[in-house]
Design a protein. Structure first.
Length: 428
């Protein structure tokens, strides 16, 4: 991964970082890196995430799913138990990976009705094996298979913790079971079985994904000037201190649109604490130049725009035309046009004094997505250290889960009582 922070400096942008502040920031990065390196060495909770490129066994995953014969995969999970897998599959151009990551009944019905269940594997993921949304969807999926006369046990892979209802079910039914890695929050688990099982079932090279991540891991160092991941995380944290409270994440590749979703969870759930954190806004280049860019360029100076693109991609020529005003397009390609749009957007933001950072990867392929996933995880961990937050916890999320369990008939909790006590002012 390559990172260009030039448009985040105060000579270009407001808010921006002075060169003196960048030097001070680099000293903070060195101290933070020592903490991160120690956490990795000890496989401490959260920091163990950055060891996954080394500790995840591609061979072990492939062996576990070897007998699953399918043309499509349906992942049943939510949050980090689904977004990482979706991100990997999309980056590899895989169109036969489907998700049930919400409990919208109409969506579930449409999806299940449209799948050839006889050729679709089920990939169910939950660390605890008790996640309400995941278990509810899995019960619905299992019922759909049974109603269609399809043996779901021959097509189901479980990724879960050592104990819990899913682990018990896998043992009872003889299902392939993979482990959610210890000490790794779900949103940091994409480079494990949590994120790699669907790609493995569908025949993709998951070892190459891990190789790309290992390459990025080797670049970790005590200076932001030598480490692209730390450069991004440090600059994002520094701009957040200076008032850039939104991070508009804008990849210029359709295959990276799910990566923006994954980033949004990673950034929001990890850093949104103690009155701090950037709000991630998802965009897609060049599409959202025609919708959101007006705000990013001419709105408040409270945003960092992150522009992401591959340096190489498959291309397609634009046919010649004699239509007046369009003839110039015939000498170029779609990639030329998309790159021109990228660079024009970058320049327009800089001209308006809006801070932006360019992130580039060689290609959107196995190695490229491994590189991006690891690099942004490391950037997030570094940003959390600089901000002084508990990067690997999510207490606000747990509050909502507790409230929902109480409302659904579980043991009443303080949180569910708070929901029931809501004051209503209804206007019809």
């Amino acid at each position: 991964m390559r990172v260009d922070i030039g448009n985040a400096l105060d000579a270009v942008a407001t808010p921006g970082i002075t060169t003196d502040a960048l030097d001070r920031l680099d000293a903070e990065v060195a101290e933070a890196h020592d903490t991160i390196a120690a956490g990795m060495s000890n496989a401490a909770f959260g920091y163990a995430s950055l060891n996954l490129p080394e500790t995840t066994s591609a061979t072990g995953i492939q062996r576990a799913v070897a007998d699953v014969d399918a043309d499509a995969v349906l992942t049943v999970g939510i949050g980090g138990s689904a977004l990482g897998a979706k991100t990997v599959s999309a980056a590899l151009g895989e169109s036969e990976h489907y998700l049930l990551d919400n409990v919208d009944p109409e969506h579930a019905a449409r999806l299940l009705d449209g799948l050839n269940l006889d050729r679709t594997a089920v990939n169910v993921v939950s660390r605890s094996g008790t996640t309400a949304e995941t278990l509810a969807n899995f019960l619905v999926v299992r019922d759909a298979y049974e109603s269609a006369g399809v043996d779901w046990t021959e097509r189901t892979v479980v990724t879960t913790g050592d104990a819990g209802p899913l682990a018990d079910l896998a043992s009872e039914e003889g299902l392939p079971r993979l482990a959610v890695p210890e000490g790794v929050p779900g949103r940091f688990a994409a480079l494990s079985a949590v994120g790699l099982v669907p790609a493995a079932i569908l025949g993709h090279d998951i070892e190459a994904v891990l190789a790309g991540a290992r390459s990025a891991r080797e670049s970790l160092s005590g200076s932001l000037h030598d480490c692209p991941a730390y450069a991004y995380g440090a600059v994002a944290a520094a701009l957040e201190r200076r008032g850039a409270h939104t991070n508009a994440f804008m990849p210029y590749a359709e295959a990276l649109e799910p990566f923006a979703e994954w980033f949004a969870q990673l950034w929001a759930e990890s850093l949104g604490k103690d009155g701090q954190g950037q709000t991630p806004a998802r965009a897609l280049g060049a599409t959202d130049q025609h919708s959101q860019l007006q705000l990013y360029r001419a709105g408040r100076h409270d945003k960092l725009v992150t522009l992401v693109r591959p340096r190489k991609r498959a291309d397609r020529s634009i046919p010649q035309t004699d239509v007046e005003g369009l003839a110039y397009l015939g000498d170029s390609t779609l990639a030329d046009l998309l790159d021109a749009e990228f660079e024009a957007t970058e320049a327009s933001l800089a001209a308006a004094g809006q801070p932006n950072v360019r992130v580039e990867v060689d290609r959107v392929d196995e190695r490229g997505i491994g590189d991006l996933l690891f690099s942004f995880e490391a950037a997030c961990v570094l940003a959390g250290e600089l901000m002084g937050v508990e990067t690997f916890t999510q207490p606000a999320v747990e509050w909502g889960k507790s409230a929902a369990r109480g409302l659904l008939g579980g043991t009443d909790t303080e949180e569910s009582e708070t929901v029931r006590e809501k004051r209503e002012v209804i206007i019809q």
